[in-house]
Design a protein around this ligand. Sequence first.
Ligand code: THU
Length: 162
Amino acid sequence: MKKIILKISIDEYDSVNELNNDDRQLLEQAQKATDTAYAPYSQYRVGAAVLLENNVTITGNNQENAAYPSGLCAERVAIFYASSQYPDVPIKSIAITARANNFRINSPITPCGSCRQVMAELENRHKNKIKVILMGETGKIQIIYGIENILPLTFDGDNLKK
Ligand code: THU
């Protein structure tokens, strides 16, 4: 038996003032996107802003449904739209944030497993690492370079090759 220990790396900042302009602006766009989330069931509004390598920004937010599993997370709404409009343009970074109607979110939101998997697919598709910027309503900001840091042991297209 051999134990394998994986390391992941997260940069943590105390304030948005420590971020560079691009990252801060992307986070602001994600925050704005929470305004138009459709979250009547969870009351938990998530916003995502995707910055493409051609400098276009696409935003998205969570879209819920009375049949719960039919809804979609903010990250995938934004990423799928970006990918449908600019199929050949890699994603540079994605900012994700959330606010709830009935409590204050003081720590960075972390994307769900399905959204991580979708981000991993885009990284592999374009051979381009994605920077992930995470924040709650208040509190610290976390920045992650490369999806392997939030989804180790990723299942990708290579797994399907004979
Ligand atoms: N949600 C997102 O939009 N992104 C995440 O990464 C986690 C969860 C949404 C799904 C649902 O509309 C609400 O947050 C509560 O789970």
